[in-house]
Design a protein around this ligand. Structure first.
Ligand code: PEP
Ligand code: MN
Length: 336
């Protein structure tokens, strides 16, 4: 960390900052400049809590050099991690993985139909929400445990591993029994207790970016899971909240190459929640692959017009088959 002093800071204030740094068991190295003095902080193993130092008289700003994440960073772990979900592999050197399926599990037949359609089109994993984090309490909240059974059944019938969202720690045990991968939704990205417990399960995790999370906060959230000994984490960019209302969220595609550079974890893109519009899903799926995504998660429903959740952004089975045809050509062109 670097502490930058105000240009009018007195020697006494500089000495006070040095004393505060040393009281934290760290070394302070003053760097006098023509305009102002900066103080380098040395000896820290990771992120330094600067809450006391920032408020000391004469301090202008603190600049963090070390990040609030370490185990997910490439500096710490240069080789890319490959995440294996029941034989489906996400990461460098692997063909991008297509996860597809409805937003919510609605009934047994809907899941069997969706699974058969996405499998026939070439998807490698099936999605479906049983516990739904809906914005309002009057919207369909999901079928809960009954839904998990339909998801597992559809996964077995189609031979596709399944992913579903966990919202609370108490749901973990039953979800681990029914699903191959645990999804942490955008709204829970900073539910730190949940992240820790998910880390302890050792189950593969799909961690979605919070709708107002910075890239640093996103990676720090992944750090919570990895710090518990679970490296099987796939990150998912799903759009962030901006001033733009023409789309549901703003797809921040530049995080894909950035995360590939900063972290060893795989990163996929969810163009459905990012745009909220079915017509935009195919082109943004292609853009995500060009940006280097290790996969996509796309909402597909056998009857989007009558879906209980997110129908406007869901592709039909036919729409998804058409998209897969185009993506396969692009994936071959890009190479893995
Ligand atoms: C979902 O994928 O089902 C979902 C609710 O997405 P998000 O958490 O990104 O809003
Ligand atoms: Mn949805």
């Amino acid at each position: 960390m670097l502490i930058v002093m105000h240009h009018h800071a007195s020697q006494e204030q500089i000495d006070q900052v040095i004393a505060a740094v040393e009281a934290m068991g760290l070394k302070a190295e003053p760097i006098p400049g023509s305009l102002r003095t900066a103080i380098g902080v040395l000896g820290n193993q990771g992120y330094v809590d600067d809450s006391t130092i920032r408020t000391l008289p004469g301090v202008r700003e603190t600049i963090h050099v070390s990040k609030p994440y370490k185990m997910v960073s490439r500096d710490f772990h240069p080789e890319s991690t490959v995440v294996d979900v029941a034989g489906v592999k996400f990461g460098d050197g692997q063909r991008p993985v297509l996860i597809a399926g409805p937003c919510s599990i609605e009934n047994e037949q809907q899941m069997l139909d969706a699974a058969a359609q996405v499998k026939a089109a070439g998807a490698q994993m099936l999605r479906g929400g049983a516990f739904k984090p809906r914005t309002g309490p009057h919207s369909f909240q999901g079928l809960g445990i009954e839904g998990l059974k339909y998801l597992q059944q559809a996964g077995q019938a189609s031979g596709l591993p399944v992913v579903t969202e966990v919202m609370r720690i108490e749901q973990l045990e039953v979800i681990c029994r029914h699903a191959d991968m645990l999804q942490i939704g955008a709204r829970n990205m900073q539910n730190f207790d949940l992240l820790k417990e998910v880390g302890k399960t050792g189950h593969p995790v799909l961690l979605k970016r919070g709708m107002s999370a910075t890239l640093e906060e996103f990676l720090a959230a992944a750090e919570y899971i990895v710090a518990e000994g679970n490296e099987q984490v796939v990150l998912c960019e799903r759009g962030i909240r901006t001033f733009e209302k023409a789309t549901r969220n703003t797809l921040d595609l530049s995080v894909v190459p950035l995360i590939r550079e900063l972290s060893h974890l795989p990163i996929i893109v969810d163009p459905s929640h990012a745009t909220g519009k079915r017509a935009l899903v195919p082109v943004m799926s292609k853009a995500a692959l060009v940006a280097g995504a290790h996969g996509l998660m796309v909402e597909v429903h056998p009857d989007p017009a009558n879906a209980l959740c997110d129908g406007a952004q869901s592709l039909s089975g036919e729409g998804f088959a058409e998209l897969m045809g185009e993506l396969n050509g692009l994936i071959d062109y890009l190479g893995s």
